[in-house]
Design a protein around this ligand. Structure first.
Ligand code: CTP
Ligand code: MG
Length: 357
């Protein structure tokens, strides 16, 4: 009887892996969508160059790191190579006016936001049935680097890493726990949770720690630092593939089930910081503790319920927007997912549908 139970469970896990692949494949952007987005980027770059001739417009976020789903928005970053350049606030205002005049985009310049950006959107059309949403920021070089880091992690083990990340992005959107504005976690935060789990929780690890691998040749601080932060990581993925391989043979389904189990039960939310650079850190050590002495409205307490250290900006908690209620909901969803996957031994496809309903 016990043997039969085990066989059923093994079949379920194998089926679940196949269902996960099939599920995410149909959600990938089409070649046409990617081409349209690249055309939009080029058009915007041409227009920006009429204001700042020495500028470049680069993609970051999911369009550039391999974790893009159909209709995900475009994150663009404008870099200006000359020393004499307009202040970001002025550039945002001027670019906003120009785009309003010259294009069909709906334009919303936010020159006074913490990071000044121009928000753009395009209505649906036959070639673009769901339109486009796009943010243009300025000089955000750290975001370009963290995008490259995530892309390298995806390239090491595309099947397992991309399937897990893409599934979690869809799942968190469908379960409505993917809005930093409403107190839950950004996609970027979920990706970091996955990488943390694959580098530091799984034993043997599924991924190496790219930020701690020895460099191939001597490097200086000048080579590695950007805005005062160490942004070095091992990025020769071809070479890495020849020299490193994971001893972890778990399937995507096994990893996903364990991911939900770990974040519903084992991650020390009250005291711990998930750092992909260093592993598990203490909130106390980073000055991110939930300080009870500060009274009811203590800001740091509200900001540090869930702590995920940015890979480069190590004084930045990527999950700072997650509120008490937000974390309660997120943990509830992790528990629900772990439960659905452990108590639905019938058909994997039904479990998956229930997970994302
Ligand atoms: N980013 C960041 N710090 C944050 C949030 C985001 O530096 N707190 C940067 C990262 O470079 C990230 C990019 O902004 O890759 C986009 O973030 P986000 O939209 O959350 O992730 P995507 O992968 O683009 O997800 P989606 O497809 O849902 O837009
Ligand atoms: Mg994005």
């Amino acid at each position: 009887m016990q043997r039969r139970g085990l066989a059923v469970r093994m079949r379920f896990v194998a089926d679940l892996s196949q269902c996960l692949f099939d599920f995410v494949i149909q959600l990938l952007p089409t070649a046409e969508e990617m081409a349209v987005k690249e055309d939009v980027r080029k058009l915007l770059e041409r227009l920006i160059r009429t204001i700042e001739p020495d500028s470049r417009l680069l993609s970051f976020g999911s369009t550039a790191n391999g974790f893009s789903l159909r209709n995900s928005d475009m994150d663009l970053c404008c870099l200006i190579d000359s020393k004499e350049r307009l202040a970001a606030t002025d550039l945002v205002t001027m670019l906003g006016d120009l785009l309003e005049r010259e294009t069909k985009f709906h334009v919303k310049p936010l020159p006074h936001a913490r990071i000044p950006i121009v928000k753009l959107s395009l209505d649906p059309s036959p070639g673009l049935p769901l339109g486009i949403a796009c943010d243009i920021g300025f000089e955000n070089r750290l975001a370009l680097e963290n995008t490259r880091l995530l892309m390298c992690y995806a390239m090491i083990d595309p099947t397992r890493v991309r399937t897990m990340v893409l599934f979690l992005k869809v799942w968190s959107k469908r379960r409505k726990i993917n809005s930093p504005y409403k107190g839950t976690l950004s996609s970027y935060g979920y990706v970091l949770l996955v990488i943390y789990f694959l580098v530091h929780v799984k034993n043997p690890p599924v991924l190496p720690n790219l930020q701690q691998m020895p460099p191939l040749r001597p490097i200086t601080t000048e080579d590695t630092h950007l805005a005062g932060y160490n942004t070095w990581f091992f990025d020769d993925i071809e070479l890495l593939r020849q020299r490193w391989h994971s001893d972890n043979t778990e399937t995507v389904a096994e990893l996903l089930i364990d991911f939900f189990r770990y974040y519903s039960r084992d991650f020390p939310y009250n005291t711990g910081v998930a750092s992909i650079r260093t592993g598990l850190l203490k909130k106390e050590l980073k000055g991110w503790q939930n300080d009870l002495s500060g009274g009811r409205y203590n800001d740091s307490r509200e900001r540090n319920r869930l702590c995920i250290e940015d890979p480069f900006e190590t004084d930045y908690n990527v999950a700072r927007c997650v509120t008490k209620d937000g974390l309660y909901t997120i943990r509830g969803e992790f528990m629900r997912a772990a439960r659905v996957l452990s108590t639905r031994p019938e058909r994997a496809i039904i479990a998956l549908a229930e997970l994302c309903e």
